[in-house]
Write a protein that binds this ligand. Structure first.
Ligand code: ATP
Ligand code: MG
Length: 878
């Protein structure tokens, strides 16, 4: 009997549930509040702070099936994907965790019971490893579980010692391997270091047992922990009797789709099999990443996503696919995986749309890059060289997303090579840049002072129920240093035991207000929670001084809070209305809730039309009018999701979550402060809609007094227009249209008059023609004519003269424009283009033109007479 992957997952979670573990949902692939980690890469990531003792949960043991990505850092399996039977970029890690509860004994016994008892794997097909010095684990395996001695192998640090970082919790591991059957190159017996592929690691048990300090010394942890990880896909391969992960039921429908779309059948060519596997793996990774809110971009996580997509598209090209097709494979991923991850189906159109667009872009750049590569190859041939410089390879890679192996393939086909060392150097530089860019984030928030304080203080938040509280001042920071007293004028951070101040989170800004003690008063402009449960009130000592241990009265600015509350509840209604009008792919990407405004960013592919905005606004205001009361419930995260609560990406949720609902229309996980009923919001008015990144839109809106003030402002503008235009507001449009019509008519009239004036001026001038050395000449300064119009006048006059020379000058803003025309019969003797140089030289200018017409500018209008004289001199000489 073979088990489906979904059963394998469920059996695992149930096994540990029945042993007292809390079933906790997978966290996002984007680690919450951990800028140092690119993607969640193991089940323990969401529990990191619990293991470190910085966060306490209301359970001591947990079990999860965690979405993982391994494409960076020391866990980078990207290059293995498709080529080894056991590596994926995206996979699910099944795990059980003990936070200072049970330890080695139970962890080992249960793992064995599940693997052999529940999953029914034969004992003789299994082998285990322990850390070289871990006699305890070796003893449990051998004496209590009964694993024969030749099936227990001791490995050293590199393989079987785990640590979170240089310092902190660490400890030995113990792994379980399955025998996939002898391979041509395999050695006899159980040998996990045999790399023939015979022994597959299916489960790793980590025993966090020590705390390592800066010097490398390890002291035993008072409450050791357990963290285990078993790959669902590997377990499925074993239980379904296949040797490759890709042959499990998790991949079958996805690979079927990839084969249909590419027209390439598996088994026809080993390299094509690799490409099909890569496409299947990457389509899963892309679907889950986009579903977790990562979008293609040029930095950080989005950049990794883009690279994965390009890699997949490149394998599509190797399969002979010429059109975008990954979105079709992603469709199959969504079908296959949404029973376990319903958010995929909900976001289907968005996920496939994003992939498709990015694929199209890539195919375009690919074509572009191919052109560039051809040029470079031609250049090599001209120079008689055979190696493509590393910098060019890098440019192709970096700018055009050209994988190096593709460049290499093409070059090889022409008998050329590439400069790998040069490429590596360019790549190294770029990595260093990327690392530098990645670091800076989040440092300030986890300053050492905060960490130290967070170890001692936990601030209780009372602000859901009250805006005023009395509490002792627990600590003060000035300039980041802990102090006993802060004096008037000091910028200070105040820490108390209990606070009514809401600390910024979930988009809602921190409260402002004041903290008063018998000796002084602090004006608080912001409240933040930099680590754990520590709230810091930031402000300035406005009066007197404040001391640690003083009893303080904390008062939140009630008006600002009320306005914030309206905006926050308004944001929830806006979010619900958006999803109702635009569809569930409109997912929150971020929000800002301040007293004076709200801003909501969400994923959506197209601008929101004016008509949609109106429907969204109408819906939200309908809900406001319904005056539905808020209900606030605390419940377990999975129950909240079950109840239809909308969870936000990149938000971190504890196991108990707070759920805010209004009527039947809005249910969200949210820790923020809210209105008692929707009617409190008063009015919601959208004042802006814009795109802030590819696939991300932003809506700005106002509520309550803010909305009213905004509408009043608009009204005032209309009123002043009305009085300026002397028309009632209702007639303003007609009035402005009429004015514009009149303006157009007036402009036409002006143009007509100017032409007439020019005509008249020309007529006057033509009567002023003189003769110089037998040549008819008109030369004059004309007024009220622009430089541009000069040319038309010169043409006119030339026509009137029949034979002769015309020089006109106009002065505008202290600059001279000259236009010189010569009739065709005289151009041989007096070429305008040459004469203009001499003439315009007189006014400090330069110019040029044809023999019959030339123009010039100049900067010395006072010397115009000289210019005219020069013309006469030229004619006289000619
Ligand atoms: P390997 O040496 O085979 O790459 P690992 O030592 O990196 O495995 P762990 O870090 O111990 O693996 O992860 C725990 C479990 O997660 C593994 O036992 C395995 O079942 C699974 N796993 C790890 N990496 C992958 C991957 N790239 N694809 C699929 N499953 C994986
Ligand atoms: Mg690995």
């Amino acid at each position: 009997m073979s088990l489906a992957a979904s059963e394998i997952r469920e059996l695992f979670l149930r096994f540990f549930e029945s042993r007292g573990h809390r079933r906790v949902a997978s966290s996002s692939l984007v680690p919450a509040g951990d800028p140092t980690l690119l993607f969640t890469n193991a089940g323990m990531v969401q529990f990191k702070r619990t293991f470190l003792g910085q966060e306490v949960r209301d359970y001591k043991t947990a079990t999860t099936s965690q979405k993982c990505m391994r494409v960076s850092g020391k866990h980078n399996d990207l290059e293995n994907v498709g080529r080894t039977p056991r590596h994926l970029t995206f996979f699910e890690m099944l795990g059980n965790f003990s936070f200072g509860d049970y330890f080695k004994q139970e962890a080992i016994a249960w793992a064995w019971e599940l693997v052999t008892g529940v999953y029914g794997l034969p004992r003789e097909m299994l082998g285990v490893t322990v850390f070289r010095e871990d006699d305890e684990a070796a003893r449990i395996w051998s004496e209590e579980v009964g694993v024969p001695g030749d099936r227990i192998v001791r490995l050293d640090e590199a393989d079987n010692f785990w640590s979170m970082g240089e310092t902190g919790p660490c400890g030995p591991c113990s792994e379980i391997y399955f025998d996939m059957g002898p391979q041509p190159t395999s050695r006899p017996g159980f040998d996990p270091t045999d790399d023939s592929g015979r022994w597959l690691e299916i489960w790793n048990l980590v025993f966090m047992q020590y705390d390592r300090d800066g010097s490398g010394a390890m002291t035993p942890l008072p409450r050791p922990c357990v963290d285990t990880g078993a790959g669902l896909e590997r377990m499925s391969a074993v239980l379904q009797g296949v040797s490759w992960i890709y042959d499990t039921d998790l991949f079958r429908p996805i690979l079927t789709r990839a084969q249909e779309l590419s027209g390439v059948a598996k088994g026809s060519d080993p390299e094509k099999d690799v490409s099909l596997n890569v496409v299947a793996d990457h389509a899963r990774a892309l679907s889950f990443l986009i579903s977790d809110g990562v979008l293609p971009s040029n930095e950080g996580r989005g950049y990794v996503l883009r690279r994965i997509l390009r890699r997949a598209a490149r394998h599509g090209v190797l399969l002979g696919v010429e059109r975008p097709f990954l979105h079709g494979v992603a469709d199959a991923v969504i079908d296959a995986m949404s029973p376990a991850f319903p958010e995929l189906a909900e976001r289907r159109a968005f996920i496939t749309g994003r992939i498709r667009r990015e694929e199209e872009r890539f195919l375009e750049t690919l074509t572009h890059g191919l052109g560039l590569l051809e040029d470079e190859i031609a250049r090599l041939a001209e120079r008689g060289e055979r190696g493509l410089p590393g910098a060019v390879v890098f440019k192709l890679y970096d700018t055009f997303g050209f994988p190096v192996d593709l460049t290499e393939d093409i070059l090889r086909g022409r008998g050329l090579t590439l400069d790998q060392a040069g490429f590596d150097a360019a790549m190294g530089e770029q990595r260093a840049r990327a690392r530098a860019a990645w670091k800076g984030s989040g440092d300030e928030r986890t300053g050492a002072a905060y960490l130290a304080l967070a170890g001692e203080h936990k601030t209780r938040f009372r602000g859901y129920d009250t805006l005023e509280a009395r509490s002792n001042i627990a600590a003060l920071l000035v300039g980041g240093e802990s102090v006993a007293v802060a004096n008037e004028g000091d910028d200070v951070e105040v820490i108390v035991d209990e606070t009514p101040f809401y600390a910024e989170s979930g988009g809602q800004v921190g409260d402002r207000g004041e903290i008063a003690t018998p000796r002084g008063r602090v004006e608080v402009r912001d409240a933040q929670r930099p680590v754990g449960e520590l709230v810091v009130h930031r402000g300035r000592v406005a009066q007197g001084s404040v001391r640690v241990e003083d009893l303080a009265t904390l008062r939140v600015d009630a008006d600002a809070r009320a306005a914030t509350v309206r905006n926050h509840s308004g944001t929830h209604l806006l979010h619900a209305a958006l999803r109702s009008v635009l569809g569930p792919q409109a997912m929150q990407k971020g929000s800002l809730v301040a007293p004076d405004r709200l801003r909501f960013d969400f994923t959506h592919d197209a601008p929101v039309s004016g008509e949609e905005i109106e429907r969204i606004e109408d819906l939200a205001n309908q809900w406001i009018a319904a005056n539905a009361p808020a209900t606030v419930r605390e419940m377990a995260y999975p129950d909240a999701i079950e109840a239809g609560a909308v969870a936000i990406f990149e938000e971190k949720y504890g196991d108990r979550v707070r759920v805010i609902s209004f009527g039947g229309f809005s249910t969200e996980l949210c820790g923020g402060t809210h209105a008692r009923a929707t009617g409190d919001i008063g009015l919601l008015k959208i004042i802006g809609e814009s795109g802030i990144a590819a696939g991300v839109r932003r809506i700005e809106a106002l509520t309550g007094h803010g909305a009213l003030a905004h509408l009043r402002g608009q009204e005032r503008t209309l009123e002043s227009l009305s009085s300026l235009l002397r028309a009632p507001i209702g007639e303003l449009t007609a009035r402005v249209e009429k004015l514009l019509e009149e303006k157009r008519a007036a402009e036409q009239e002006v143009a007509r008059l100017r032409a007439a004036q020019r005509g008249a001026a020309s007529a006057d001038l033509s009567s002023e023609a003189r003769e110089v050395a037998g040549v008819k000449v008109i030369s004059a300064r004309v007024e009220g004519v622009s430089g541009k119009e000069l040319r038309g006048m010169v043409d006119d006059l030339r026509g009137k003269l029949g034979s002769g020379v015309v020089l006109l000058a106009a002065v505008e803003d202290g600059r001279v424009s000259l236009a010189l025309g010569v009739t065709p019969d005289l151009t041989d003797r007096f070429p305008a283009g040459q004469m203009i140089t001499t003439v315009s030289g007189a006014v400090g200018g330069k110019g040029g033109g044809r023999p019959d017409f030339a123009q010039a500018g100049g900067s010395q209008p006072e010397r115009l007479d000289d210019a005219f004289n020069r013309l006469e001199a030229l004619l006289a000489a000619g």
